[in-house]
Structure formats: C-alpha cells, structure tokens
Design a protein around this ligand. Sequence first.
Ligand code: UDP
Ligand code: MG
Length: 314
Amino acid sequence: MNFKISLVVPMYNESDNIGYFYERITSVLTDYIFEIICINDGSKDSTLNKLNELASKDKRVKVIDLSRNFGKEVAMSAGLKYAQGDIIIPIDADLQDPPELIPDMIEKWQEGYDVVYATRIIREGETFFKKATASIFYKFIRKITKIDIPADTGDFRLMSRQVVDAVNALPESHRFMKGLFSWVGFRQISIPYQREPRFAGKTNFNYWKLWNFAIEGITSFSFAPLQISMYMGFLVSIAALIYAFYLVVDTLLFGNSVPGYPSLMVAILFFGGVQLITLGVIGEYVGRIYGETKRRPLFLVRETINIELSEQDK
Ligand code: UDP
Ligand code: MG
C-alpha cells in the first residue's frame, strides 16, 4: 500500500467516544498508512485532553484545536485543509459511520472512482420524525437545485486528493459541505451501509439547527425561493385582474351597494403576508451576500499537534 489515508474527524464534546473511535479505526486500518485529523471544535468537555493524550502516544493522530465552536461544516473544512493524504475520508466521531466500510471504499477508488459516498439504507437510533424530515429535505433540495445531492448520504465518503483540492479551492464562507462535495463533480459512486446509533453522548443537532441547516443548503445552491415569489406575484396579479373584471361587470349589471369589508380585509392580510414572506426570502439571500463580502477567515486555529510547520503555513 503506497497511498496515505486522511481521516477528517470533527469533534464537539466527544470525549466519551474518542477512545473507542481510535480503537475501531486502528483495528480496521492496520494494513494501511493513515493519519487521523481530529478537529476540536471548541468542545466544553475533556475532548482536547483526550486528544492530546492520544497524539502524544501515536503520531498519526493530529489535532487541530479551533479557537471556538465553529460548527461541523467549518470544522470539517479546517480538517480538509490540513489533510495530507492521497485519499481523504470525513467521518463522525460518534461511530455512526462504520469504519469497516473504508476498505470497500478504497476498493472502489482503486477501480477509478474519485468519490465513493456511503448511502444509508437503515438509520438506527433515530426517531421517525427525524427520518421523515430528512427524507423530505433531500427530496426537496434535489428538486430545486441543479446539482445532484444524493439522498440519505451524509459527509461520510472517500474523496481523492484531486476532489479535496477542488473543494478547498472553493472560496465561500457559507459552507454546506454535502452540496460542495456534489458540486465539484468527478466520478462518483455510492455504496450502501447501515447507519448505527451514536456510541455515546447525544446528538448536537436539534430541530432548530437542522432547520437552519436546510435553509443554508437550499439558499446556497438554488434561487428557487426567489423565483417562487416572482411566480406567486404573477398568479396573484392574474387573479386580481380577473376579480377586477368581475367587479366591473357585477357593478354594471347590479349596481354598487358598497359591500366588501371581509373581502378587503382578506386581501390586505393576504398581501401583507405574501410581502413579508418575500421580504424574508430576499433577506436570507442578502444576509448571505453580506456574510460572503466580509471575507472573514473561515476558522481560527488555537494550536495544532503533530502537524509540521510547513503544513501549517499552507
Ligand atoms: N460536530 C462538530 N461541531 C458541532 C457539532 C457537531 O464538530 O458544532 C461533530 C460531532 O462531534 C460529530 C459530528 O459533527 O463528530 C456529527 O455530529 P452529531 O453526531 O451530533 O450529528 P448527527 O449524527 O446527530 O447528525
Ligand atoms: Mg451523530
């Protein structure tokens, strides 16, 4: 084996998982050359201590300590920037993504694929509501964006050096990684797997975070919400014209007895609502433009361990 694997592992409060995660990885990858890039995403527990301990024993464990919690997408971006391997695999620290799949992924890569993504066929330990909302989200985003974001696929995937270089070169600070991974293209293939329940700890994503994540994904890759407002405008205008025509005919035939308070009220409220929603949608996009124009660095690193200076200067 003359290639190197980089595992990219974003970690937020994962201290109870690190030991077992390391064991599982090292037992699966005994025959391979690899590095484990752990990004401590501003954890509040002893994640960093545990990582330091591991890194002092095993130089293949590399640690990037971010200055605060930046969120999973940014933590992963940081890891991808530091990854040195020929193939790069983002993987969750909670062992929901089984490392046992990695040899299969490598096989596909050796057959000539640039991206091998793992598609979940079963999700264990997740509520019906989460599964249902996830499924609706994937269906919706596939419909309204032009890029092909595979359904039921997380960030767990193998990517070649070339693909990761392409992702790293993308300048945006709003990083919906799944979308970016798909956007770059290349030869992609899926392999099925069973998503397991978390090993320890609890999920960091509540429904409010997931909702925002969904908005992030949709607005990062589609103008459809803006276009929907336009079409709604057209529809309402046409309806108004028809109603106006009806009013003229009605008045000519039967005269005007000044009724219409309820219909007036309904119309006002309806248009008020439509206008506010439309403003909100535009605001979403304006906010995103604002975020991008600030050109702030994506993340700040407090300290790195087992990463040489030359790499750090990148
Ligand atoms: N994570 C992170 N920063 C965050 C939230 C999560 O780095 O702000 C990491 C977390 O440690 C885990 C992965 O992202 O390795 C997935 O998180 P989680 O298991 O909570 O998400 P879920 O599997 O429920 O979607
Ligand atoms: Mg998880």
